[in-house]
Design a protein around this ligand. Structure first.
Ligand SMILES: [Zn+2]
Length: 239
């Protein structure tokens, strides 16, 4: 069913290329597929413009990362929260790619991500991937890679367990939930690289931290930066 929905939404986006992906209004000034009003109203973090920002600070002391960023605040019942749900659960994967292109162009402009070699999306477990029909983070990564002129490694990492959502878990439980969650299967493709690890929403960072640790264990000479599309206003303390 989700695959069918994906196909219909892809066909829809071909026929209505000038429809804003956020508000759905027909527009003539859509840049990155998003209308002027939505681009004005989006609660951007601007974290990617500076190395010292709350996302980077959150990961410091937990795992070593080069840069860390998120694009907009995931808050309340806003249109932007709904947007994440639409591409994550609603079959509208093209939104993830559209937002990825926009985010990628901003990262490129910031200059802090100039030496990123490769983008790795956080993988879904094969069972979840089969049910959903796609990995939203892969589409996000593809959009970003296109704008940044780098490649995406879709199969470098794999998810070993189909762990339940992190949303309702606390401190130690979050850590247990992500223990041995990922594996690296193509270490040679990441060797010596600056990897940009990409996920949709940052809540506590437990999942991303687990992924960073897994990569650094398997590929010690790699360097890792982290970028999520959305972030909660207050990042949940990880310990
Ligand atoms: Zn709009």
């Amino acid at each position: 069913m989700s695959m069918l929905r994906s196909i219909f939404s892809a066909i829809g986006s071909l026929f209505f290329p000038r429809r804003c992906v956020v508000c759905g209004e027909y527009v003539s000034d859509a840049m990155h597929g998003i209308c002027l009003r939505c681009r004005y109203e989006i609660p951007l973090t601007n974290y990617w413009r500076e190395s010292n920002n709350p996302v980077k600070e959150h990961f410091d002391g937990i795992v070593p990362i080069v840069e860390g960023s998120a694009f907009f605040f995931f808050s309340g019942t806003s249109l932007w929260r709904t947007l994440v749900h639409r591409f994550k659960y609603g079959g509208q994967w093209h939104i993830a790619r559209t937002m990825g292109r926009w985010y990628g162009s901003e990262l490129k402009e910031s200059g802090l991500y100039d030496d990123v070699d490769v983008i790795v999306p956080i993988p879904l477990h094969p069972i979840k991937l089969f049910k959903r029909g796609y990995n939203q983070s892969t589409y996000l990564a593809e959009g970003m890679a296109e704008a940044m002129g780098v490649r995406v490694e879709r199969r470098a990492m794999r998810r070993l367990r189909n762990n339940p959502s992190q949303a309702r878990r606390r401190g130690a439980e979050r850590w247990q939930n992500v223990d041995k969650l990922f594996g690296v299967r193509q270490a040679e493709r990441l060797k010596g690289r600056h990897i940009l690890l990409v996920d949709d929403v940052l809540t506590s960072g437990a999942t991303l931290s687990a992924a960073v640790r897994t990569i650094l264990d398997a590929v010690p000479d790699s360097r890792i930066s982290v970028a999520t599309l959305a972030v909660t206003r207050r990042i949940t303390p990880i310990r």
